[in-house]
Ligand binder design. Structure first.
Ligand code: CUA
Length: 340
């Protein structure tokens, strides 16, 4: 009984010390909470840390107490006492953790249901991941963007998909995370609560430039967001090449193809239009509209010597319309010979 009181006091002391430490610093380790969902996630995580602190004290407390109180004294060569089970103790250490786990399961299920349930006035944004780009489409407005713009305090459903491998959409300040899987659409619901600038990361290893698969996120006041929508819905004022430049940005082409002549995963676009080049199979062609269209739709078909078809998505034919292809080709042509 004396030992039980002693070790209990030690465990209580370590637990209280750990809780006091958690109370001072835990929040500072995390990025700010910028969505409604983040409050649920942090509440659950925080509660688990408090339970874990007690479990830590339970193990360390027994260990420290035994080291000191039951250490071997000089001249003590005897065996320890022999015990044969303790039913009460076994029932306690089975039932109590079971209760704790069930409590968290019920709480977690409730939170999950809260943060994933649809609302009537949701903003829909289609998010397409590709190696290594994020593309955001606003189907209700016919807008595509390379940056994610969201109105504050309105629930948005991101419909996530991918055109090549599995990616994962993650903005740490929003806490929630969801995979973007080719051939499937996964919803992710976010209600931003803080205006400001954030960054989407890809949280699934997806190839060479996985760690650079970033996109800007801007959470705006409703009026500013509406103004942005209006500016995007206005018909393009520039020519076809200008539309193509926008498409190259949105679809992530410029991640692999430079427009200033510098080396990259794919051939630069500067000065290639009208050039004669050798293909990997030794034949010679002239880069014209037909070649560019074919290379966008079926990137593996005619590869320029010295390059490999490492990562260009094979289904731009399905993603881009005929008009999109015309605009992209016009843009590449505008970077042609005389621009060298
Ligand atoms: Cu996409 Cu990692």
């Amino acid at each position: 009984m004396k030992h039980l009181l002693g070790v209990s006091a030690l465990i209580a002391a370590i637990t209280l010390a750990a809780w006091a430490w958690l109370g001072t610093g835990f929040d500072k380790l995390l990025p700010i909470r910028a969505s409604e969902e983040s409050f649920y996630v942090d509440r659950l995580l925080g509660m688990q840390f408090y339970v874990i602190a007690f479990l830590f004290a339970l193990i360390i407390g027994f260990m420290l107490y035994s080291f000191i109180v039951f250490r071997r004294r000089p001249g003590d060569d005897g065996d320890g006492d022999h015990f044969h089970g303790n039913t009460t103790l076994e029932v306690v250490w089975t039932v109590v953790p079971l209760g704790v786990v069930l409590y968290f399961a019920v709480l977690g299920t409730g939170y999950l249901s809260d943060i994933t349930s649809p609302e009537t006035d949701e903003l829909v944004v289609e998010v397409t991941g590709s190696q290594w780009n994020w593309r955001f489409d606003y189907p209700e407005y016919g807008i595509s963007s390379a940056e994610l713009f969201l109105p504050v305090n309105r629930q948005t459903v991101l419909e996530l998909t991918s055109i090549d491998v599995i990616h994962s959409f993650w903005v740490p300040e929003f806490r929630v995370k969801q995979d973007a899987v080719p051939g499937m659409v996964h919803p992710l619901r976010i209600t931003p609560t803080e205006t400001g600038a954030y960054v989407v990361r890809c949280a699934e290893i997806c190839g060479l430039d996985h760690s650079y698969m970033l996109a800007d996120v801007s959470v705006m006041e409703t009026a500013d967001f509406d103004a942005w929508l209006q500016s995007q819905m206005a018909p393009p004022t520039g020519g076809l090449a200008e539309v193509g430049a926008e498409l190259a940005q949105v679809n992530g082409c410029l991640g692999c193809h430079s427009i200033d002549g510098s080396e990259n995963t794919g051939p630069t676009w500067l000065g290639i239009y009208g050039e004669e080049v050798y293909l990997a199979d030794g034949s010679e062609i002239i880069i014209d509209d037909a070649y560019l269209r074919a290379s966008i739709i079926d990137p593996g078909s005619q590869i320029v010597a010295g390059f490999e078809n490492v990562s260009m998505p094979a289904n731009f034919g399905a993603v881009l319309s005929d008009a999109d292809l015309d605009a992209l080709v016009a843009y590449i042509a505008s970077l042609g010979k005389d621009k060298e």
